[in-house]
Ligand binder design. Structure first.
Ligand code: AVJ
Length: 340
């Protein structure tokens, strides 16, 4: 086969060493800037800030902390399911698979799958797809710990990375999307995203998705209102980020964290509540934001699913259901599907 890189002219390949390389799109894409997105999302009648902006360095660190607070059950529950799953995965893998991860992930979860793949395959490739530069240090640690592993980072949006992978070669892919990150999508956007994944998969490829399940409102609301206030800090941090990067003057003391479960729409809704009537200047977005007392800025939806909904959704997109793994309390799910 000819060098597969040549087919993807719009990506530039960076070789770090024989086991580590990454691809980055060449030209700047026609994506809106942070300033533009904030200008339109906060410029509307119902104000919002897209959740993808939570994850600057500080926000990513705070999210890591959330993952280990007592009330936030998803991370540790998913890890416990992955521990169980990895011993059963061989039943579903015919031949060698490359691990493709949407998001560069928490290395704890990635490692559980790499433990299994690197032990059962002569060599294993790991392809994280992430818009933020994939951390050099964590790659180095992985390469140290798994001698028959090689890493190819794709620094792009999930959609871009998947499109790139589609024509990359004909090795089989096990695509993983963990942590219930899918829960941030609205039902319509989520459906489109799954169609995108489906359309970029080759027959024989597998897709593993981690989704949070519907449960008692009190358990859900506690998970997003932890007693240490880490989730509140995480939510408020997006305002600091806007202050720093867009020359804004949000006074964080004038806002509070508010998270509530909407039973009808099966989602946690997160907001920043304005504690006073106030006005905020966001220079780089060219915006003077006027807020009423108690006005809400929407920052995140985190959808929860019933098992039957997960199965119907994946089935509607065209996937074939292979298996769903749950924890004992049925708090969280991991579902493996294939494209035939
Ligand atoms: C990363 C989107 C899965 O929705 O639970 C955690 C983000 N927000 N606490 C989630 C989050 C507040 C998290 N996801």
């Amino acid at each position: 086969m000819s060098n597969p890189v040549q087919k993807n002219k719009e990506y530039k390949k960076f070789i770090v060493d024989s086991r580590l390389q990454y691809f980055k799109p060449h030209a700047t894409r026609i994506e809106k800037t942070f300033a533009e997105e904030i200008s339109s999302s906060l410029g509307r009648n119902l104000k919002s800030i897209p959740p993808k902006f939570f994850y600057d360095k500080k926000g990513s660190d705070l999210f890591e902390k959330i993952c280990s607070v007592l009330e936030y059950y998803p991370t540790r529950t998913e890890i416990s399911i992955l521990q169980k799953l990895k011993t059963e995965l061989s039943l579903f893998l015919d031949g060698d698979f490359r691990l493709v991860e949407l998001g560069s992930g928490s290395s704890t979860k990635t490692r559980l799958l790499l433990d299994f793949l690197t032990a059962s395959q002569k060599t294993t490739e790991y392809f994280p797809i992430d818009i933020s530069e994939i951390l050099a240090e964590s790659s180095e640690e992985l390469l140290n710990d798994y001698k028959n592993l090689s890493i190819t980072g794709i620094i792009d949006t999930y959609e871009g990375g998947l499109e790139f992978l589609k024509t990359y070669d004909d090795k089989k892919n096990l695509i993983i999307f963990l942590g219930s990150s899918f829960g941030n999508f609205s039902p319509v956007d989520g459906y489109k995203f799954l169609e995108k994944i489906f359309s970029t998969m080759k027959p024989g490829d597998l897709f593993l998705i981690g989704l949070d399940l519907v449960k008692d409102t009190s358990i859900l609301e506690s998970a997003y209102n932890d007693s240490k206030g880490i989730t509140a800090k995480f939510n408020l941090n997006v305002l600091s980020r806007i202050n720093d990067e867009l020359d804004a003057d949000f006074n964080l003391e004038n806002f509070s964290h508010y998270a509530v479960y909407n039973e009808k729409d099966q989602r946690i809704e997160m907001y920043l509540k304005s504690l006073t009537e106030q006005s905020v200047i966001i220079s780089k977005s060219d915006l003077e934001l006027k807020l009423q007392k108690d006005e809400l800025i929407h920052t995140e939806y985190s959808h929860k699913y019933r098992l039957s909904q997960i199965h119907d959704l994946l089935d509607d997109v065209g996937f074939e259901l292979k298996h769903t793994w749950l924890d004992d309390k049925k708090y969280f799910s991991l579902t493996l599907v294939s494209k035939n």
